[in-house]
Design a protein around this ligand. Sequence first.
Ligand code: CA
Length: 216
Amino acid sequence: MRILVVEDEPRLLRSLAKALREEGYAVDTAEAGDDGLFKAQSYDYDAVVLDIMLPKLDGWELLARLRQHKKTLVLMLTARDATHDRVRSLDSGADDYLVKPFDLPELLARLRALIRRAAGQARPSIELGDVVIDLRGRSVTRAGAPVTLTAREYAILEYLAVHRGEVVTRSALYEHLFDESDDTLSNLLDVHVFSLRKKLGAGLIVTRRGQGYCIE
Ligand code: CA
């Protein structure tokens, strides 16, 4: 999953990006509203974390312009005690909001829930034969035994599992799983898929030649 964080407070932006990357998300960042809008319109993010008070273009305007073209999930960061902001967030088409200052675990939990709901994934786990993915704990078992995956491997597996039954193209995987700061070494999709098959069984992820990957 790939997330855009738009926040002009550099320390908060850095800590959010770091925490999200540690959770296995690909993360792009923007410190101003115009840059944030450009990125949100250019890429197909799984969610946008959007501050309200931003230079160039505030969060409201960014959201309004984005909503003219895209339904990307948006979680707004609102000021404390500003009931008006919270109501306005939801009225403006934000999918959720969080009041500053917030605890990181709550932000992560709300993002997971948002993305899960949007994918029509009401239950917090996905069963694929003897492989079970716990979306809340971000852990995987095979025949009841825990399987250790790297953050990248987990991200690929989760994305394919949430979109099971669909062929996911390589370019969609690149767009959703790798961010603008990734180096080429971590971009070796085939290497990660090879490793996932070794750990979870050769038949789980099917290659559709010339199209992409699929979990059936
Ligand atoms: Ca701000």
